[in-house]
Design a protein around this ligand. Structure first.
Ligand SMILES: C[S@@+](CC[C@H](N)C(=O)[O-])C[C@H]1O[C@@H](n2cnc3c(N)ncnc32)[C@H](O)[C@@H]1O
Length: 208
């Protein structure tokens, strides 16, 4: 699976990448009322411009991405000095208030997540096959402190993937145990039959 993603990046088969920040992020992030200055975790981040959108609005970003190519392209296409260092088994690239950790999201642990207080998932959950999605939802919950909010953009489609179809029942089954889940909108069906759905999630506290 990891090799498939690295191959995709190597060959430039990155149809999932968007040239502009995602409209649903722009529309819905402000309503989450995440305090400015809160660090936002972006799992499976690719070279998404959504990270710059967040960083430009005073949300420091910590992205995690398997493919070094994605991270190198991201910083090359950005502005500002780049600092590189190694931390806890990850190669980290920092540019301004963006830090991109190169490695496996499932190897990123709570002690590295201390400052994180929000998250943004566009095409991360839906990039993973079914069994791994359960692991993803659990791992994300482990990393988020009570009260942390995030935006999830999932997708439904005819069978196939990636991207995989993750319907509303599955979103609830995956996240209800640890998050308050609110459906925000369904996008228009696209020509390829994909349809995005937008969700707000809030990490529950121990007694909620
Ligand atoms: C469908 S792309 C979405 C990228 C980005 N979120 C966006 O919206 O453009 C999924 C990305 O996750 C990366 N990836 C897949 N499995 C991963 C893992 N276990 N840890 C970190 N990154 C992973 C892939 O290399 C790929 O760049």
């Amino acid at each position: 699976m990891a090799d498939d993603w690295l191959k995709r990046w190597h060959e430039g088969r990155i149809g999932f990448h968007r040239d502009h920040p995602h409209p649903a992020l722009i529309r819905h992030w402000p309503a989450l009322k995440v305090r400015a200055g809160t660090k936002v975790l972006v799992p499976l981040c690719g070279k998404s411009l959504d990270m710059r959108w967040l960083a430009n609005r005073d949300y420091p970003v910590l992205g995690i991405e398997l493919a070094e190519t994605a991270i190198e392209q991201f910083v090359a296409e950005g502005r500002g000095d780049v600092t590189r260092y190694h931390q806890d088994g990850f190669d980290v690239c920092r540019q301004g208030n963006l830090e991109l950790w190169c490695g496996d999201f499932f190897h990123f642990h709570i002690d590295q997540a201390a400052e994180i207080g929000a998250f943004y998932d566009r095409a991360a959950l839906i990039a993973l096959p079914e069994a791994t999605r359960q692991r993803y939802a659990f791992h994300l919950a482990q990393l988020m402190p009570p009260g942390a909010r995030g935006l999830l953009i999932s997708l439904t489609r005819d069978p196939g993937g990636p991207p995989y179809s993750v319907d509303a029942d599955e979103v609830h089954a995956l996240f209800d145990p640890n998050f308050r889940v609110t459906h925000l909108e369904d996008g228009e069906p696209e020509a390829n039959g994909f349809r995005e759905c937008v969700w707000a999630l809030e990490r529950r506290g121990p007694l909620t």
